[in-house]
Design a protein around this ligand. Structure first.
Ligand SMILES: Nc1ncnc2c1ncn2[C@@H]1O[C@H](COP(=O)(O)OP(=O)(O)O)[C@@H](O)[C@H]1O
Length: 312
């Protein structure tokens, strides 16, 4: 983690890193990819660190909900760049004014600003003894993914999926308690499945009585802005899915419904269904080690497939 924060800090010259990354990848023939990945694993030692996962998915899909549950289960911090942006927005700095304009148009903040906010958060976590992470909302562009790839090894990327009409309803139903910061959803979703897919039903996630009178809606959760965010996701963030798919790190997960149906199925998909957080640290290390080996195995199988195609 220390190396990661140091590197991120020094990557305030993002364009410099981007240039060097582009030069490296443009001149790297496909066949030398495994060599690059060997050099890679020796330069980013994964033996003694905690998991480093990424959650991808459209606005409103539930990245925050599931990433936060997993972070509690696995004992790693859940770092959401959207939260970092909102924290900055609540201050009265010149940067917050600039961010407000961008966020309220549903646009993406620049790579430079988001990396600076993320490196500050990682630095603070490191000072508090944090290790590993589940990133939510980062990377959101291929450039961000390349920069992350250059500074550390991501073990697994979970891509949560829901149909677009459900995403819109979910975003419009989102509420936050102004006092405790907890997230709720007042939407009651019942959408007919298309093309042979099952119907999607999600019960509202209603607040307890002490939060009910303090609910607020995010300023960017209006119909116009959500539609723009979905458009930008398809344009800028979907290529990030491909980035990780090509590296064999992506797990696709179609949410079958609300939390009661989806959470156990997600744990199953992640091989965590028999995971019990009351077990000892040794057991936990073994589980994390197995997950990491599975991710590396997937990456190598994928590279082999690509090499095979290349020879053909
Ligand atoms: N990695 C990122 N790159 C650029 N902008 C970001 C990033 N993460 C968050 N933001 C900004 O913060 C806003 C809120 O992010 P988030 O809470 O993750 O929203 P969403 O519900 O759309 O997933 C985004 O619309 C965007 O303006």
């Amino acid at each position: 983690m220390a190396a990661l924060t140091r590197l991120f800090r020094s990557s305030s010259h993002v364009s410099l890193i981007r240039r060097s990354l582009f030069t490296a990848s443009a001149s790297t023939p496909l066949e030398s990819a495994p060599i690059r990945s060997q050099a890679y694993s020796s330069s980013h030692d994964t033996k003694d660190r905690n998991i480093q996962w990424v959650f991808l998915g459209c606005p409103g899909v539930g990245k925050g909900t599931y990433a936060s549950r997993l972070s509690t289960l696995l004992g790693v911090p859940h770092i959401a760049t959207g939260d970092l942006v909102r924290e900055e927005l609540s201050s009265s700095t010149p940067l917050s004014k600039h961010l407000k304009e961008i966020v309220n148009q549903g646009k993406l903040v620049s790579d430079e600003i988001i990396i600076s906010l993320l490196s500050k958060r990682l630095e603070a976590g490191e000072a508090n003894g944090e290790s590993g992470f589940i990133l939510d909302g980062f990377p959101r562009t291929v450039t961000q993914a390349e920069i992350l790839d250059d500074v550390t090894d991501i073990d697994l990327v979970v891509n949560l999926k829901l149909p677009e009409n459900v995403l819109l309803e979910k975003c419009l139903g989102r509420r936050i308690c102004d006092q405790c910061g907890k997230n709720f959803n007042v939407a009651s979703i019942n959408v007919k499945g298309e093309n042979g897919n099952p119907d999607i039903k999600m019960a509202p996630l209603l607040p307890p009585s002490h939060c009910a009178s303090k609910l607020i809606t995010r300023s960017d959760d209006t119909e116009v802005i959500v539609k723009e965010r979905l458009r930008i996701y398809n344009d800028k963030s979907q290529p990030v899915e491909e980035f990780y798919r090509a590296r064999g790190k992506l797990i696709e997960f179609d949410l079958p419904g609300g939390i009661p149906e989806s959470w156990p199925r997600l744990l199953e998909a992640l091989n965590l269904d028999d995971y019990d957080d009351r077990r000892g640290l040794k057991d936990r290390r073994i589980t994390l080690y197995v997950l990491r080996v599975q991710a590396i195995d997937r990456a190598f199988r994928n590279l082999e497939r690509r090499r095979f195609h290349f020879r053909l």
